[in-house]
Design a protein around this ligand. Structure first.
Ligand SMILES: [Zn+2]
Length: 469
């Protein structure tokens, strides 16, 4: 297999990171007198070099990231294991750092591990810090998830409960000479890891159910990619600078999986979180439905940011405001998901959960006005009062108490005939098309059990036994 050659910028960043890494502590250097003892920092944690977005987003390139927990050779820890036959275990250096040249298999292993680790940590922090289970972590099972950065050749990636795995594939796009590795996209790794996290929280949501439940899973993957970027200080600052603090301007945060999208002829990325789709425009196609929810969350984020940016203009930099706003919105979203039903959840269930979580967390009423207006506009919920202020562009952006009607936390769902249709998953990512989730028994799936390949073939095998007897 041929490995892509890299542009000079990531190579430069890599060399710089190497120098920094090597010069940090010089072994055997002459001691400098220090009059008083210094506090000893906790010697746990690794530096890992990662792609900030993917190899085509050259403005961002690569950077070292710090994972503040123990990482063993693999890389692996108690929750995540990396598998690439012939390459793993990848060994960290004497300081437990994983710094490799971009484009190598070792880099891919370390990068992919780091993104999965950061995604899991982000959600654990959003929900208070306790470990979040993978779907199989029941009844004392503590098995880690296995991450395959180069699982084979196909333009796809998926999460599998039966294999306890995240698998990232590579492919050569038509007319191109170099392969695209899906593992090198922060968005794709975060998206698939999002499926795994959500499957741990809501094991009943991946099976055959209403189109919106499938849409929640796909949207959660994209939202994971968006929020993982929004939790990285350098990316937030870059987004603020590139958009001049207007989240509705073209930007790499809203564009998802840029390199993969370009490989498939989609210049704006695989999907765009900054869209205006409504439920009546998307039928039962889960990939399209998911964009309605992702878009509603993105719009809400942009509204809250616009409000807080103005409110805190004299005391905080816009990048810091965006970082804080994203962090609090993610907490509200996760509470909304936690409160939603174990099966057949609708968008309205999650939005209502978010409204009550926002109130419980003491957020100003205007936050809920944004949430209610955006999801009413997208035909997810029915607002008890008309959206006059939003539609006429007269939101009182200086008034935290602005409600534009009533500060209601339980809204009626907007009903669509397609709510009762089967999910069309034909344009979804690999996870949603896995036979283990498409053909699964809903009750079995909800209990956290996995459907293996043998389970899938068992009915036909029994028939064959009868025939050939
Ligand atoms: Zn997906």
């Amino acid at each position: 297999m041929e490995i892509t050659t890299e542009t000079s910028q990531p190579a430069h960043a890599y060399q710089k990171a190497m120098q920094l890494s090597q010069n940090g502590h010089q072994v055997g250097a002459t001691p400098v007198p220090i009059p008083v003892p210094v506090p000893v920092p906790l010697v746990v944690g690794s530096q890992i070099l990662i792609w900030k977005q993917d190899p085509t987003v050259t403005a961002l390139g690569v950077r070292p990231t710090f994972i503040p927990s123990l990482i063993l050779d693999g890389p692996r820890d108690a929750r995540i294991n990396t598998v690439l036959p012939g390459t793993t275990p990848v060994h960290g250096n004497t300081k437990r750092d994983f710094i490799f040249a971009p484009g190598t298999a070792e880099f891919d292993c370390a990068h992919t591990f780091a993104i999965v680790r950061e995604t899991l940590t982000m959600y654990q922090r959003a929900l208070g810090g306790a470990p979040l289970p993978w779907a199989w972590n029941t009844a004392g099972n503590i098995d880690a998830i296995n991450v395959f950065p180069q699982a084979g050749v196909t333009p796809n990636a998926f999460y599998s409960r039966a294999e306890k795995a995240l698998k990232f594939f590579f492919f050569v796009p038509t007319g191109a000479s170099q392969p695209i590795f899906t593992c090198r996209s922060l968005d794709i790794v975060a998206h698939e890891c999002g499926h795994a996290v959500l499957d741990g929280l809501k094991p009943g949501w991946l099976g055959p159910s209403s189109p919106q439940t499938g849409g929640l899973h796909e949207a959660f993957g994209d939202i994971t990619a968006l929020f993982l970027s929004l939790h990285q200080l350098d990316q937030v600052e870059a987004a603020i600078a590139l958009t001049k603090a207007n989240l509705h301007g073209p930007n790499f945060l809203a564009a998802l999986a840029e390199q993969f999208g370009a490989g498939l002829g989609l210049p704006q990325g695989l999907r765009n979180a900054d869209n205006d789709l409504k439920l009546s425009q998307v039928g039962n196609e889960v990939h399209a439905i998911s964009q309605v929810f992702t878009g509603g969350v993105y719009d809400t984020l942009a509204d809250i940011f616009a409000f807080e940016r103005q409110r805190q203009a004299t005391v905080k930099d816009p990048a810091r405001v965006l970082l804080e706003v994203a962090s609090s919105l993610l907490k509200v979203l996760m509470e909304g998901i936690r409160k939603a039903p174990a099966s057949n959840a609708s968008y309205a269930d999650v939005v209502n959960g978010m409204l009550s979580a926002s109130q419980a967390q003491g957020e100003p009423p205007i936050y809920r006005t944004f949430l209610r207006s955006r999801f009413t506009f997208r035909e997810v919920v029915v607002s008890p009062t008309p959206l006059t202020a939003m539609l006429e562009g007269r939101m009182e952006m200086n008034n935290p108490g602005f409600t534009d009607g009533k500060d209601d936390t339980k809204l009626e769902a907007h009903r669509h005939p397609s709510d009762r249709a089967s999910q069309d998953r034909s344009r979804c990512c690999g996870t949603m098309q896995r036979p283990e989730f498409v053909l699964a028994d809903a009750a079995k799936l909800q209990s956290g059990q996995a459907m293996t390949d043998e389970d899938l073939l068992s009915k036909e095998a029994a028939e064959l036994h009868k025939r050939f007897n």
